[in-house]
Write a protein that binds this ligand. Structure first.
Ligand SMILES: [Zn+2]
Length: 428
């Protein structure tokens, strides 16, 4: 099927683009899917990712981490969604994993959506022999082999399916950009809770079932950081999103896998955030369990209400590395820096779209992509195929705050990502 791959160069903004047409002319597309799941819980104490202040190794495990794969195939084209209960693929590990997976599983770059749920209660991935802890190095090497095996397994398990989508809503995520006014009247944006700030409350659910109606998968997309647990926590967990996946699988039964995807949530935290531990006080429901169950119950409600399914979705995918304008440096009189790359992967199965963003994208950007998408249902999947850090909409650069200080991108970069993501979807 490689003959359908061609590359297009357009001025300056795209350095790489693969486009795969929708279907063979005249051939009815039969949609197939295969799933597989593997446990990826560290078996030794590891350095945990997400908080620079946390120096020690993990001490125990609350709930298992997994990698879940949902592979689609139609007319010789594939679209492989991979959800991992990890923080993300930082430090070059996205490229490291993708290169190995693409080769061993014979996938095109645009066909693989390798993503993470952004739990901050999981291991740090590293291939750095100088700085990485030996247990984390060993974990990362073993993870590569596990991902190759589980993705290849899902691609071998293909069988005819029908898919349907539904949308629910969940208030578990809160905008975290809190306005503080000091005694002398100075304002600042701090990490906290801004209950009236924008949040994308949609819970998108995709039901995948066999022709006889038996379930295959309940994939879902929701925009929140998985950070009920903070930098004082040393217990391994999938946090709010991982616990939601586990809840959905427990309720729907072992035959159904529930891969989760983190929507645009760079400025969205769980309602209860950065707590030191699972509270074991008698009668107390630990916050990650409470919020994960709340989200999981909404996923199950939506899943059970999906009655319309379609078995004829043609697949199209595309991958681009955008070269985005960098934030001017604060020294040397605001000198401009070199453009900073940002990976965008788009896919389409019939009228369901997937937009994989290789960074930590603020929620307004995800909502803009969904609003402009040509498809009825658009899964925005962040921490996908890259880890370029925060990307914030232009107007928030005026307010400042943590995400603005951290980002490598100029204020106008977000508009480019929105525009290009939508354009790429239209081109499929
Ligand atoms: Zn984050």
């Amino acid at each position: 099927m490689r003959r359908f791959r061609f590359s297009v160069s357009v001025p300056s903004i795209l350095c790489l683009l693969f486009v795969v047409p929708l279907s063979h002319a005249g051939e009815p597309a039969v949609l197939k899917a295969g799933v597989a799941k593997v446990e990826i819980t560290p078996t030794k104490p590891v350095q945990m990712s997400g908080y620079a202040s946390r120096k020690g190794l993990s001490t125990d495990v609350h709930d298992p981490l997994s990698a879940r794969v949902l592979a689609f195939e139609s007319g010789g084209k594939r679209l492989v969604l991979v959800s991992t209960d990890l923080i993300g693929f930082y430090g070059g590990t996205a490229e490291y994993m993708r290169e190995a997976i693409l080769e061993k599983c014979d996938l095109q770059p645009s066909e693989l959506f390798l993503s993470a749920i952004h739990t901050h209660a999981g291991p740090t991935l590293t291939t750095d022999k100088e700085k990485g802890h030996p247990n984390n190095l060993a974990y990362t090497l073993a993870l590569k082999d596990k991902l190759i095996a589980v993705i290849c397994e899902a691609c071998r398990n293909l069988e005819p399916v029908a898919i349907g989508t539904g949308v629910g809503y969940c208030p578990v995520g809160s905008n975290r950009r809190e306005l503080r006014i000091s005694r002398n009247g100075e304002s600042s944006i701090v990490l906290g809770r801004n209950p009236y700030g924008p949040t994308d409350k949609e819970v998108l659910v995709m039901k995948v079932a066999r022709a006889d109606g038996t379930p295959v998968a309940a994939a879902f997309d929701y925009a929140t950081h998985a950070t009920c647990l903070g930098g004082k926590n040393y217990t391994i967990s999938g946090d709010v999103i991982g616990l939601a996946e586990q809840f959905v699988e427990k309720i729907l039964g072992p035959e159904t896998i529930a891969p989760a995807f983190a929507g645009a949530s760079g400025n969205i935290d769980p309602w209860f955030r950065v707590l030191p531990a699972f509270n074991t006080e008698p009668g107390w429901v630990p916050e990650p369990v409470l919020l994960g169950t709340f989200l999981g119950e909404e996923v199950v409600h939506v899943y059970r209400d999906i009655s319309q399914t379609d078995s004829a979705g043609a697949i199209g995918t595309a991958f681009a590395t955008l070269q985005l304008p960098a934030k001017p440096s604060e020294d040397a009189a605001g000198k401009n820096r070199e453009p900073v790359p940002f990976n965008v992967t788009v896919g389409r199965i019939g009228d369901v779209a997937f937009v994989g963003l290789g960074g930590e994208v603020l929620t307004e950007i995800g909502m803009a992509i969904k609003a402009g998408s040509p498809c009825a249902c658009t899964f925005v999947i962040t921490h996908c195929n890259g880890a370029a850090g925060y990307l914030a909409p232009k107007h928030l650069h005026v307010e400042g705050g943590y995400e603005i200080r951290s980002t490598a991108y100029a204020p106008q970069a977000a508009d480019v990502v929105v525009r290009e993501s939508i354009r790429m979807l239209h081109d499929l």
